[in-house]
Design a protein around this ligand. Structure first.
Ligand code: NAI
Ligand code: MG
Length: 483
């Protein structure tokens, strides 16, 4: 299978529209997590490379080709990027599956169209975000302009590599910025494929650079004095480091971080539908989702019936070859992630929670982990408080709405949440009470480019998606004229 996939050359950096050798000529071996086999060698960008990319990004920002390009033309260019991603969806999905261990089918119908959609959607905003004229006293004329923030540094994770790259690059370019992308060390392939497409479509040189590497490369981008904004998706721990790192130069920062999202099943829910939603809510992408519904709160009166159906549904999912058409769960992304998940399951056992399903590795050489369900979890236990980022769910019961909200909100995170009920008033009431950036009612993980997405509390800063996601890449200037 791997022989059929054309792997992009990742030995060079993409800077200023050219493929260049990294200053220190260092590289690392990128792994296929489903087979624990090397895929290719990937360059590591160092501080000197970051500096070079920032200089060309700054020059591009003010260039005739980019600053002088009409907004509508920027939009058309982004639309063509989206179209090209769609045309090459099968190849890109194969790369994504190979690199991350996720099912090919999910990459094909999920990641790639979503990434294409981001370019199309934000391309549309290029000539629609505008300033306003303000009603100040008559002797003055006052208006605002939405200007690009400038040079943007984007640091992204490995769970949805192309999609994450698109969610940062598309709005940044739509608003006229230039951007430096650092893909996650585990998953560089589609970032290189995307750079090739941007080059092919004639994006002006320097507007997008791709600098692969580890955390140090990311930290060098964050520290660079001439980067105006950092947009980051990843762990809350690194998000905090980035905020500290950005403080010295007072960069703008938007952060999309971790979660411990509750799925709340009320006694009046459609249990069959809730079971399906809760199952994909936790197990999609092997549970490696910031929105993973990793806590399931079930009303005590329906707990037994729900659990029986949920366990039956979850036990149908068997981790297997990501490239096989029937596979709905692939491998975890890395040994590190596999260890982290295994350790959390041990912690759960030691804390006295009951393993009702799974609780160990799947078959095969890759980093496969079985869908795992903990029951009788107390809300204060670590497996109910900390992000595991794997196919592990903590289930617990509640007696009434008030208790459900107290448990749901009783974590440091606030990214997403789900409510399962057929009572309209209850749905709105609980939606109001939840401290989370997204509330899903009788559905889960319904994520759209059109809708804002981001976190309350330690789940982040700012909202991606929708008009908000475009505005995140603008600076507001007020112009006041005495007439
Ligand atoms: P991470 O937060 O360390 O990595 C994300 C990105 O940040 C990568 O590109 C990495 O190279 C970069 N990075 C690391 N340290 C940096 C630094 N000091 N300055 C700038 N950039 C830096 O995530 P990791 O270690 O891969 O996963 C650990 C945990 O993070 C997961 O178990 C999960 O809980 C959470 N996570 C959350 C994600 C989300 O979508 N919100 C995505 C990936 C991980
Ligand atoms: Mg990889």
């Amino acid at each position: 299978m791997i022989a059929d996939i054309s792997i992009p050359d990742c030995s060079k950096l993409f800077i200023g529209g050219e493929w260049v050798t990294p200053d220190q000529q260092k590289s690392y071996s990128n792994e296929n997590p489903a087979r624990r086999e090397p895929i290719n060698e990937v360059a590591i960008a160092g501080a000197a490379d970051v500096d070079r990319a920032v200089q060309v990004a700054r020059a591009a920002l003010d260039s005739k080709e980019w600053a002088g390009m009409p907004a509508a033309d920027r939009g058309r260019l982004l639309w063509r990027v989206g179209q090209t991603l769609r045309e090459r969806a099968a190849d890109l999905a194969a790369l994504e599956s190979l690199d991350t261990g996720k099912p090919f089918v999910e990459a094909l119908y999920g990641d790639i169209p979503h990434a294409a959609g981001a370019f199309e959607y934000f391309g549309g905003w290029s000539n629609k975000i505008s300033g306003e004229v303000l009603p100040v006293p008559p002797r003055f004329f006052d208006y605002t302009r939405r200007e690009p923030v400038g040079v943007v540094g984007a640091v992204i994770p490995w769970n949805f590599p192309l999609q994450m790259a698109a969610m940062k690059i598309a709005p940044a370019l739509a608003m006229g910025n230039s951007i430096i992308l650092k893909p996650a060390e585990q998953t560089p392939l589609t970032a290189f494929a995307l750079a090739g497409i941007l080059e092919e479509l004639g994006l002006p040189a320097g507007v997008v650079s791709v600098l692969p590497g580890f955390g140090q490369t990311g930290a060098a981008i964050v520290a660079h004095a001439d980067v105006d904004k950092i947009t980051f998706t990843g762990s809350t721990a690194v998000g905090k480091q980035i905020m500290r790192g950005a403080a010295d130069t007072l960069k703008r920062v938007s952060l999309e971080l971790g979660g411990k999202s509750p799925n709340i099943v009320f006694e009046d829910a459609d249990i069959k539908r809730a079971v399906r939603g809760v199952t994909t809510g936790i197990y999609y992408n092997q549970g490696q989702m910031c929105t993973a519904g990793s806590r399931v709160l079930v009303h005590e009166s329906v707990h037994d019936a729900f659990m029986e159906a949920f366990l039956a549904e979850a036990s149908k999912i068997r981790p297997g070859d990501p490239m096989a058409k029937e596979t709905r769960m692939g491998a975890l992304v890395s040994e590190e992630q596999f260890e982290r998940v295994s350790q959390y399951v041990e912690i759960g056992r030691k804390e006295g929670a009951n393993v009702a399903l799974g609780g160990g590795p799947g078959d095969g050489d890759g980093y496969f982990y079985k869908p795992t369900v903990f029951t009788d979890v107390r809300p204060e236990q670590r497996i109910a408080q900390e992000e595991i980022f794997g196919p592990v769910v903590a289930t617990t019961t509640f007696a009434d709405e008030e208790e459900a909200l107290a448990i749901a909100n009783g974590v440091t995170y606030g990214l997403a949440s789900g409510i399962w009920t057929n009572n309209l008033s209850r749905a709105h009431r609980v939606a109001q009470g939840l401290k989370a950036g997204t509330v899903w009612v009788n559905t889960y993980n319904a994520l759209w480019n059109e809708a804002p997405f981001g976190g309350y509390k330690q789940s982040g800063h700012g909202r991606e998606g929708g008009r908000y996601g475009a505005e995140l890449y603008t600076e507001i200037k007020n112009v006041c004229i005495y007439i």
